[in-house]
Design a protein around this ligand. Sequence first.
Ligand code: AHR
Length: 507
Amino acid sequence: MLHASAVLDPASVVAPVSRRTFGSFVEHMGRCVYTGIYEPDHPAADEDGFRTDVLALTRELGVTMVRYPGGNFVSGYRWEDGIGPRDRRPRRRDLAWHSVETNQVGIDEFARWADKADVEIMYAVNLGTRGVQEALDVHEYVNHPEGTTLSDLRRANGAAKPYGITLWCLGNEMDGPWQLGHRTAHEYGLLAASTARALRSAEPGLELVVCGSSGSGMPTFGAWEATVLEHAYDLVDYVSCHAYYEELDGDLGSFLASAVDMDHFVDSIVATADSVGARLRSKKKINLSFDEWNVWYLSRFQGQEPPEGWDVAPRVIEDEYNVADAVVVGNLLISLLRHSDRVTAACQAQLVNVIAPIRTEPGGPAWRQTIFHPFAKTAALARGDVLRTRLTSPTYDTPRYGEVPVVDAIATHDAESGDVVVFAVNRDQNAPLELTVDLHLFPEQLRPAETYTLTDTDLTATNTREAPDRVVLRPNEHVSIDGPTLKAVLPRVSWTAIRLTRAGEER
Ligand code: AHR
């Protein structure tokens, strides 16, 4: 058996766990909105047409914040199409996803849904085909209390109170040539700065996110962020990061190490932002909003012919996730937690049907994909502070990332309850691994209270409509504690969470 070890120190804290780490994303794309969160004819629909089965799964997933309404969609979106009487709303072409947008759901409906799901809204404005004025207009509609044309229109449309949206994305993936209204970093930096300045004069306390790179493989990666921040540093709070991972050419070893790339992505953009800050002699730090991340079999999508027709809510990128995908998702969450000092917001893309942890069938059931499980458990268990986790691990070679550790892990510590939670993955494809965690720096004796492992003899196993619970979390029977030493056997290709609590206070 392989061996790895970790040392935990309650005094060695990265940062508090940011609840915004557990964000998600609802884009008007494919079946995320229509027949995803909204399906008025469904037997489980509520009085507003929202699927209550999806609402229940969203709550169970532990999502805290949802980015809306896009994505590539937002760069051609007219927000005002989605307000007022439904029968008068226009049907428009959505050029990003070659489909028809009926506008039956707009910001008022989404705000109602967000309220029911108990999530914060992160709102993206269109800086593709639109600009400063339209950003100000939607802000006036959603956040201005009353007494102006647009705030009174919102009130007339049924929302007496403003929505109080704090977090705003200044466009989406403006570095990508596929984006409607794509610009150079210089052009976008100027537009983002003007939009930020205008929004701040309307409401100084907003938290604003500028577009960073849409992937670490973009030719302008790093340089884009530097130029954009040169223009907007003092006016914004966050720079966005987007990353999607997939197994390519049967290279499972590299795929399992995707978090190595995410770590590198974050470290590079933190260094870039800080170097701009240093050049500007600014004391302010720009944080990272990792507002699109997931496993996505993007190469399969890119290999497809574009659709011929223009459909409403077509089936687009409804990836079915397997066991290995879930282990990678669990590992990406470990990476996000490890960077909690600078990554203080993140959104798994997306929530329902479109590369999503939740799947639905129109008129039929909703179920949890494999990737649902590590997300839900991490969101539920990560509390208090993230601890710096010093790991000693065997390594293996990967074609994409060179030599990488077999084990990755992070821990959280809730000083109030005393709970320590260890999240770990074993990336080895053949052998189980024994992880030893040294806890001698904790003043009290700790005991395992809950253990969960996701693995399977068949790494390609998935959850489907017919077998929705084929892949679930199971208790790990091989976790023990001896004095200050925790031992856990992590099966090959697995994700594990272990909650330890003070001895005598087991809950
Ligand atoms: O999440 C799917 C798409 O991926 C989003 O619309 C876009 O921002 C990204 O390229």
